[in-house]
Ligand binder design. Structure first.
Ligand code: 26Q
Length: 755
């Protein structure tokens, strides 16, 4: 009897064959968990600590089985018992511990760090309800708690606990862990998530994500990114961040000491990578711990910290650069406020005439990125273009001070998840054609020789078609919509934000709708899918979702249009739905306003799965284009230099009315407040969005709209020649190797971590 069958007996007193999928999942969870707990944890003098507010890990069963080398064996045992992994996996709930690209990047990194055998853990928080779960009601987004912890999960509780001192509280934390196995590695790493036992869902109002924000003992780790539109919401964010980093710093110091460090050599035992500024309070926290408990002088502590901490920047949007009023920090953790003032004095004495690099500004706010850059040894951007923009504009005064600290680490994605787990059939085809070395080295270039092999092209088409059927099944299960058969699948999935310009694709949909109404019928039906959440306090993003949902309904109800065009907004977009959408996609929408998307990582996942990209030259799109060549990607729009200048001069916004009044643009924008849409939607939302685009358009959707429409028509026309299309897809797959997160992590390790 296989160990799995044994487990089924022990756990449920039944034969494996007689278990429900949910019960089978539980058996598998226990079985895999046991294998991991019994395998050694990575050891070694120096260790990486990757600290992040988000870890968007997704379902873990399949990737764990792949990494542990159990996938085939387990699939066979299940099959012998009349089950499929595909069905059993449906019973797994994905942890709600992240929000978007930064969190998913952290998850891909954990996989690559473990797979390269690097000694390194993730550290974060165990949010009980994570980010909200998105539901659609009346064509609008509503937010409800995501109860992921109520389902069987991979968390293991440990005995580890630290005291975390706030002004008004003294908390004792608990540490939970998720084991992170590497691909074909003996030893594993861990994701370590801190929590507070007194936190309770009792304080959440029914059917909402509202709760008493002042009740810190009961709310501290309830939600990721609690609404921070008011004072108490801001304080809660500081409470969370400090709780995360004080735990992290205490753990790091304890582990280093256990290995023989006297802490004056901490950097020989630990390297701390902070994922954006959310964990930047770890710098003053290290100062506090080293000076209070370990006999360090202030400057002595700084000298050690500056060699231990490294910082990654993920955005140049001003709104996302954290600046905390000193009074707030004082209210939450006065000792940290005091240390930040000392850090500010230190920088003022080092660089007396450089106001731009000071830590505390004239409004008495602490700039977290400034702390992170001054007191770390490395600052990196996440794509070539992004890093250049940081050096030459956003962070220029810092680059002038520290040219050697700045470096680029172009993002990457885990091939274990984004092809081996998500697209088993493409994996199979690649294995047949180029062998299995790519599982380890991510080199897919040999696949390019298949470009003249009719059977390979046909297989690619069949795989895409099959993945579309899987997506059809998924959407029908999840939200009861029926995906068109044989449509072009055109996908934009990412957080809702004006700079990502979902509104521009919505305007294109209006164009296409009106065009079909005018009798111009597409040869192949087009299905445009969106997925993404809007921050609850981000009104215009909510309005854009509303517009998309209204368009979706309008088109679905119009028998003249619906056979040719379908618009679907996927509810509660997450890692699981991403896997289905990306593998089924023909077209990848990467249409951000140039200069605004730091990198993007979805762009890489689509490419790897054979979708063609329509994009602006932004973030990592630039590097994708470099690799596939201009014949195999669709580029449009103003470039980043032009856009940066337009913001400087104000020229675009001064002339916005001219764009709006263009013959091809005005009817599309005005359709937002047409009778047809007003009949389906909320007047205030539609009028607000209409006004926003007409009079403000801060992220310049209209500047690129006409060119976007033209390129989209070309893309759809090109799709009609399936042979040439599939060849382009093949080149995209073959060129995706550079975007493996294994390459990214090797770069981090070589240049920054040195483990
Ligand atoms: C900051 C202050 C106040 C409230 C919220 C925040 C906040 C929260 C989340 C700021 C930023 C984030 C997340 C950012 C993020 O996901 N950035 C994405 O990171 C990816 C990985 O590097 C890039 O590929 C994307 O381009 C970038 O948008």
């Amino acid at each position: 009897m296989h160990a799995l069958e044994q487990h089924a007996k022990e756990l449920f007193k039944k034969d494996l064959a007689n278990l429900s999928d949910a019960e089978t999942y539980k058996v598998l969870l226990d079985y895999v968990q046991e294998q991991m707990i019994n395998s050694p944890v990575n050891q070694g003098k120096k260790k990486l600590y990757y600290i992040s507010a988000e870890f968007l890990v997704g379902k873990l069963l399949t990737t764990n089985l792949i990494n542990l080398g159990l996938y085939d064996e387990v699939s066979q045992v299940l099959e012998a018992n009349g089950k499929s992994l595909h069905d059993v996996e449906k019973a797994e709930t994905e942890p709600s511990l992240g929000n978007g690209g930064l969190g998913r990047l952290a998850a891909c990194f954990l996989d690559s760090i473990a797979s390269l055998g690097i000694n390194g853990d993730g550290i974060g928080l165990n949010y009980h309800f994570g980010l909200f779960r998105q539901v659609f009601r009346d064509n609008q987004q509503a937010s409800v708690p995501d109860e992921w912890l109520n389902h069987p999960n991979w968390l293991v509780k440990t005995e580890t606990s630290y005291e975390i001192p706030f002004r008004h509280f003294n908390f004792k934390s608990s540490l939970y862990e998720i084991e992170i196995p590497g691909f074909e590695q003996k030893a594993h790493n861990r994701l370590r998530l801190f929590d507070l036992e007194s936190v309770t869902s009792d304080i959440i109002e029914a059917d909402s994500i509202n709760f008493d924000k002042m009740n810190i003992p009961q709310n501290l780790t309830l939600f990721l990114y609690p609404d921070d539109s008011d004072y108490v919401g801001n304080l809660l964010r500081i409470y969370q961040q400090y709780f995360m980093v004080s735990n992290a710093a205490q753990l790091i110091i304890e582990e280093a000491k256990a290995k023989g460090s006297d802490l004056h050599d901490l950097y020989d035992y630990a390297v701390v990578q902070i994922n954006d500024t959310h964990p930047a309070f770890i710098i003053p926290e290290f100062v506090r711990l080293l000076t209070t408990y370990h006999g360090f002088e202030f400057k002595e502590a700084l000298a050690v910290i500056e060699k231990t901490v490294a910082f990654t920047n993920h955005t140049i949007l001003a709104e996302a650069l954290e600046k905390w009023p000193m009074a707030y920090i004082d209210e939450v953790v006065p000792e940290i406020a005091k240390i930040i003032r000392q850090l500010d004095e230190e920088i003022r004495s080092r660089y007396p005439d450089k106001e731009a690099v000071q830590i505390i500004d004239q409004d008495d706010r602490a700039h977290m990125a400034h702390i992170a850059i001054h007191f770390s040894f490395s600052t990196n951007g996440v794509a070539k273009l992004h890093t250049e923009i940081l050096k030459n504009s956003e962070l220029k005064p810092f680059y002038e001070l520290y040219p050697d600290k700045f470096n680029n680490k172009t993002n990457g994605i885990s091939f274990r998840r984004w092809i081996m787990a998500a697209n088993p059939e493409l994996t199979q085809l690649l294995d047949e054609k180029i062998g299995q070395d790519w599982h380890k080295d991510a080199d897919l270039t040999a696949f390019e020789k298949e470009i003249d092999q009719a059977d390979s092209l046909k297989r690619l088409q069949e795989i895409k078609h099959h993945n579309k059927l899987q997506l059809q099944e998924y959407l029908s299960d999840q939200q009861g919509v029926q995906l068109h058969d044989n449509a072009i699948i055109d996908v934009q999935i990412k957080r809702l934000h004006e700079y990502k310009r979902q509104q521009m694709l919505a305007l294109y949909i209006i164009h296409k709708y009106l065009d079909i109404k005018a009798g111009n019928l597409p040869s192949t039906p087009i299905t445009i899918l969106f997925g993404g959440k809007a921050a609850p306090a981000y009104t215009i993003a909510q309005d854009i979702i509303h517009l998309i949902l209204c368009l979706s309904e309008l088109i679905a109800k119009d028998p003249e249009v619906s056979p040719y065009l379908q618009v679907i907004m996927v509810e509660n977009y997450n890692v699981t739905s991403a896997e289905k959408l990306i593998t089924a996609a023909d077209i990848s929408e990467q249409i951000s306003l140039a200069s605004k998307e730091a990198s993007g990582t979805g762009n890489m996942k689509f490419m790897l799965n054979g979708a063609l990209t329509i994009c602006t030259l932004d973030g990592a799109n630039v590097e994708i284009a470099e690799r596939v060549g201009e014949d195999n990607i669709y580029i449009f729009g103003q470039d980043s230099e032009t856009i940066v200048k337009l913001y400087e001069t104000g020229d675009y916004h001064r002339h916005l009315a001219d764009y709006y009044h263009r013959e091809r643009i005005k009817p599309l924008v005005d359709f937002i407040v047409s009778d047809e849409l007003l009949a389906l939607g909320q007047h205030d939302r539609l009028y607000r969005l209409h006004e926003d685009i007409k009079y403000k358009d801060w992220f310049m959707a209209l500047i690129d709209l006409e060119e976007f429409i033209d390129v989209k028509e070309k893309v759809y026309a090109d799709y009609e020649d399936q042979e040439s299309w599939t060849k382009k897809a093949l080149i995209n797959i073959a060129q995706a190797g550079y975007f493996s997160s294994d390459r990214t992590i090797q770069d981090y390790n070589q240049d920054i971590w040195k483990i």
